[in-house]
Design a protein around this ligand. Sequence first.
Ligand code: ATP
Ligand code: MG
Length: 222
Amino acid sequence: MIISINNINKSYKVAGEKINVIDNLSLELERGEIIAITGRSGCGKTTLLNIITGITKPDNGTISFREKKLKYWSDFSMSRIRNREIGQIFQTFRLLDDETVMTNVMMPARIRGNAGSAVRNYAIEILGKAGIAEYQNTRAGLLSGGQKQRVAIARALVNRPSLILADEPDANLDGETSMEIFTLLEMLKREGKSIIIVTHKDYMLKKADRTYKMEKGSLREL
Ligand SMILES: Nc1ncnc2c1ncn2[C@@H]1O[C@H](COP(=O)(O)OP(=O)(O)OP(=O)(O)O)[C@@H](O)[C@H]1O
Ligand SMILES: [Mg+2]
């Protein structure tokens, strides 16, 4: 088991009113599984991913990562897990546009304090798998959207995480490029990564190992 989410709740107070964004939600994910989550805007998908990474603290419930309970009271341990065990891919890529592709990909490794030549060689290998090795010295801001997302995927992989979280990674890409990005995620699945993808694309919902719709704060399997 890579991750086990048990009975988590999260509510926000908006204009004096309590809104349950996440309501008694549970989910388990095995090694090498892709699960897809869909649901209407504002239903809590990003909130769920932020709870997994520790950016947002749940009101209650527990999350275990490889059988170990996450310690939400410790920012240090949560940022360590986030840096080493979880790779994140976002809708808007979130690259440093003025830096080269290689600098972007190496950033999580530098934060970890492990950015030597072995990791650099690994970065070149994953840029190759993502089909953009020849751009390693190019400024990220010059790339197309699809190329930027490939850089973001390589960056998400550099610390060899076991879990990849992708929040609408194809929202800003055309249909064909979006399919290529999903094919890349499927390749990672075959390498044993576990992947949670938030998407509205039918073909991703069909091709995932399991698909959920988020509604009223919890997940319904489709
Ligand atoms: N810090 C916060 N304070 C108050 N309300 C919040 C906060 N963060 C999120 N919310 C509310 O929680 C709900 C869920 O937001 P979330 O971003 O998780 O939705 P989403 O499913 O990712 O939507 P989208 O598909 O548009 O990305 C929204 O109603 C949002 O306004
Ligand atoms: Mg969102």
